[in-house]
Ligand binder design. Structure first.
Ligand SMILES: [Mg+2]
Length: 181
């Protein structure tokens, strides 16, 4: 069976980039941004790379995404693709009249990946609303040095790795499921 593809968001999911420096020291600086890497990120990516395919898809500017991903990528980890805003679709919300850059997984499918074997992980539900059955929503990261979301998520994902069709699994209460083990 083909490995599951994990499509990971970048901002507030894997790191926090801000122009307002926090109390603790940043991990690195990129342009005008102080960048704080989410705790356990290196472990998370290295561990999951053993049993999953990994990719990055952010709705931020393409050059920014490329630059930051190069900084956080462990040398032994390879991403299937690194996509930025140019791959998202601008969508107007009928209720609020706001625009969102959404990620259409049909673009991932066109690259040859099976959607039954694809999970999209994001801190913003709207970004993956068109692919509800593939989405895992996580809490946003804004620099908390005690954040343990990636450790919890890694445990949960390990349980899913042999699932034939990820779309058939209810992933809304994933955190409770990990904690109850
Ligand atoms: Mg995000």
């Amino acid at each position: 069976m083909k490995e599951i593809l994990l499509v990971l968001d970048l901002d507030e999911t894997l790191l926090y980039a801000t122009t307002n420096r926090l109390i603790q020291k940043e991990d690195f600086v990129a342009g005008i941004y102080y960048v704080y890497v989410r705790p356990d990120l290196e472990y998370f990516l290295s561990q999951l790379a053993e049993n999953f395919k990994l990719a990055i898809w952010s709705s931020a500017d393409d050059v920014y995404v490329e630059q930051l991903v190069n900084k956080i990528k462990p040398s032994a980890v390879n991403f299937e693709f690194i996509w930025g805003r140019s791959r998202t679709t601008k969508k107007r919300m009928s209720l609020t009249d706001e625009y969102h850059y959404v990620k259409r997984l049909s673009k991932v499918k066109r690259k040859g990946f099976l959607l039954e074997r694809t999970l999209i992980i994001d801190d913003t539900a709207e970004k993956s609303m068109l692919n509800y059955g593939n989405a895992i929503q996580i809490t946003e990261f804004t620099g908390d040095p005690h954040d343990d979301e990636l450790l919890l998520l890694a445990s949960y994902l390990e349980k899913l790795r042999n699932v034939e069709n990820v779309r058939l699994i209810d992933k809304r209460y994933w955190r409770e499921q990990v904690k109850s083990i």
